[in-house]
Structures are given as structure tokens and as C-alpha cells.
Write a protein that binds this ligand. Structure first.
Ligand code: DAH
Length: 348
């Protein structure tokens, strides 16, 4: 019996020498130490041995099992190190290269379409003299609702719409309008203008045009004697920059508690030129940009005197723009994490 154990250890060592992959290691373990393996078979046959023999052999078998397991662990460590080393050798990036040289050396990279469009917009706004601001995803009731003149009874506060934290004081921001207040607090002295791109969160059922996480870009311009005419001129200029051609717009009244008057700005459908198609639901117009003249209460909450200053604000839905630009028909693709989807936008 003891001979059997010895020869098992010898053949184990022999096989171990050739074990250089994780798959081979798993085979080795199953063959020698597994439930149906060679060691188990020897231990089972102990049943027929005398009590004396059982004791010495049992002990020898256990000690051997510990030795073999130790050897296997060592081999496992070595295999893992080889895998890591070969990955490092294949994936390394030369950080001494310039950005564009490096981009070329990384085979399959690319920016997410939302990032591409966001950066383009940021460039347009920077060229128009806007600052770009950022703000927290986790907000409190004041910045997301109260300061924006959104009353307790507003539907956006509902459990269905807002991801509230357990304390019912904090929430995941439902819009980037929070940065209107944070921006005014930071800038303090008009005139100023800024945009704030970022993720927003709504506890909504998802479908082809609704997601629980999506992207907006908020904009605000505060100065003296600003009128709706300024707002219209600005929006037209902005949209022709975005779409690289003149676009027809129309304003409809829209209600948002933080602006007065508030508007829904539609653009004439770029797909059918206003004749009516599936994209514009046969109306010839696509809703794109809610906006309005900032409500005096909002200015006050941001520390700005509404007797002296006024201005306008707007909220761009980034995902809608991305979908129009690239002809994406389901918003859920944007967060699908699918490589096949993202690869289509790779720029190198
Ligand atoms: N915050 C609004 C929303 O998420 C969008 C919006 C509407 C922003 C009107 C504005 C505005 O700045 O003036 O639905």
C-alpha cells in the first residue's frame, strides 16, 4: 500500500512538471486529489487493511495530501504570474509617447458617443465665452428642488421619479438645474454665463426613449436687461453651431417652476425638413430645448438681486442629441456596455 502512495507521489511530480496552464492544473487536481482521483481510490481500499496498517497509511496519506496541495498552490502562483506577465507585455502603454501617438498604439479605443457630443458642445460654449462647471450627483433637497422654486407638491419629488436616500433629505440629482444655484453661489457677481454637463437620475420605467440614468447640459446666463429676444438669438446661434447648418426653431409655452416665462423650444425636423416623418411623429418639429427667463425666486436663492439682474436658463438633453446625430433608436444602448455598440464610434 505504501508503495502505491509513493508511486502516486512520483507520477504526480512528473505531471506537475508539465503543468503550465490553469486548465492542466485543474486536470491534475482532479486526477490525483479529486473525489474520484487516485488518492481517494487508495484511501477507499484502506477499508480492507488491518487497524494498524490503516493508522500508519492514513497518516502517510494525509501528510502526502498536504505536500501535494502545497506543490499545487506553488504551481498555481507561478501560472498566474506568467499570465499577468504576458498580459503586461501585450498591453503596455508607452507613457513617454504624445497623446496622439499613444492613441494610435492602442488598437481598439474610442470615446463614448455621449462624451464625443459633450466635448463638442463644450468647445462651442467655450468659444461663446461660457464657463464649464461641475457639481455633485448626490444632492440635497435645497439644490435640487427648493432653491429652484419647485414646491413640495411638484410631481418630480414623487417617490417614482426621484431616487431618495433613506434620510429623505438626500437624493440623486434629477436634473443639472442644481448647478444654476451652485453656479450663482460660485460666480456671485454678474454678468456671467456657464454650462454644466453631467449625469442625472430618475426612477422611471425604462423604454427606448427613457433611462434611469441619462445626460443633460444645463446653461445659464445672467446680466442686466436680458430679454427673450436675447434668448432666441442665442438658441438659434447655438443650434446652428451644433447642427452645422441653419435650423428653424419655434417657441411654445412650457411650465418649469424655475423660469418665468418658460418655453419648450422645438427645431424643425432635420430628417424630413418639416414635412412630417416617424422621427418627428408627423409633426415636422422635434422638442429639443426647454428654457426660459430665470424666476426671481431662483436668483434670490442663488444670492443674486432680481431687482438689478436677470437672465435665462436652458436644459439640453444630451442623449437625445446623441441619438439624433448617430441615428441611435434606443437610449438603452448608450449604457449597454456592449463593445460592438461602442466600437462603432471608435476614432482610431
Ligand atoms: N431641468 C429641466 C428638466 O430636467 C429642464 C429645464 C427646463 C432646464 C427649463 C432649464 C429650463 O434650465 O429653463 O426637465
Amino acid at each position: 500500500m505504501i508503495e502505491k502512495l509513493k508511486s502516486l507521489e512520483t507520477s504526480f511530480k512528473k505531471v506537475l512538471k508539465e503543468t503550465d496552464t490553469e486548465a492542466k492544473l485543474a486536470d491534475l487536481k482532479a486526477r490525483f486529489l479529486g473525489k474520484k482521483g487516485e488518492l481517494s481510490a487508495i484511501l477507499k481500499s484502506l477499508a480492507q487493511a488491518s487497524p494498524e496498517e490503516r493508522k500508519t497509511l492514513g497518516q502517510a496519506a494525509n501528510e502526502m495530501k498536504i505536500r501535494l496541495t502545497g506543490k499545487m498552490d506553488e504551481a498555481k502562483g507561478a501560472i498566474e504570474r506568467t499570465i499577468i506577465d504576458s498580459k503586461l507585455a501585450a498591453d503596455w502603454i508607452d507613457i513617454t509617447l504624445t497623446g496622439s501617438q499613444r492613441a494610435r498604439s492602442v488598437k481598439e479605443s474610442g470615446l463614448h458617443p455621449v462624451t464625443i457630443v459633450q466635448r463638442e458642445l463644450e468647445d462651442i460654449f467655450l468659444s461663446m465665452g461660457f464657463d464649464i462647471l461641475d457639481g455633485p450627483h448626490i444632492e440635497n433637497d435645497f439644490y435640487n428642488f427648493t432653491a429652484l422654486n419647485i414646491p413640495e407638491t411638484h410631481p418630480a419629488r414623487d417617490m417614482q421619479d426621484t431616487f431618495w436616500f433613506k434620510d429623505m433629505k438626500h437624493l440623486l440629482r434629477t436634473h443639472t438645474s442644481t448647478i444654476q444655484i451652485r453656479g450663482m453661489e460660485e460666480k456671485k457677481y454678474p454678468p456671467f454665463k456657464f454650462v454644466a454637463p453631467g449625469k442625472v437620475f430618475r426612477s422611471e420605467a425604462t423604454d427606448a426613449s427613457h433611462e434611469a440614468v441619462f445626460h443633460q447640459m444645463e446653461g445659464m446666463l445672467i446680466g442686466r436687461d436680458i430679454t427673450v429676444a436675447h434668448l432666441i438669438y442665442f438658441e438659434k446661434t447655438l443650434l446652428s453651431e451644433i447642427f452645422k447648418r441653419d435650423v428653424e426653431i419655434r417657441l411654445r409655452p412650457g411650465f418649469f417652476p424655475f423660469v418665468e416665462p418658460g418655453f419648450e423650444l422645438d427645431i424643425q425636423c432635420l430628417i424630413c425638413g418639416g414635412k412630417g416623418c416617424k422621427v418627428c411623429k408627423q409633426t415636422g418639429w422635434v422638442e429639443l430645448l426647454p428654457c426660459g427667463m430665470t424666476h426671481p425666486n431662483v436668483l434670490r436663492h442663488g444670492g443674486i438681486d432680481p431687482e438689478e439682474y436677470n437672465g435665462f436658463a436652458f436644459g439640453l438633453g444630451l442623449d437625445r442629441l446623441v441619438m439624433m446625430r448617430y441615428g441611435i433608436n434606443d437610449i438603452r444602448l448608450l449604457h449597454s456596455g456592449s463593445i460592438d455598440f461602442s466600437r462603432q464610434f471608435a476614432t482610431c
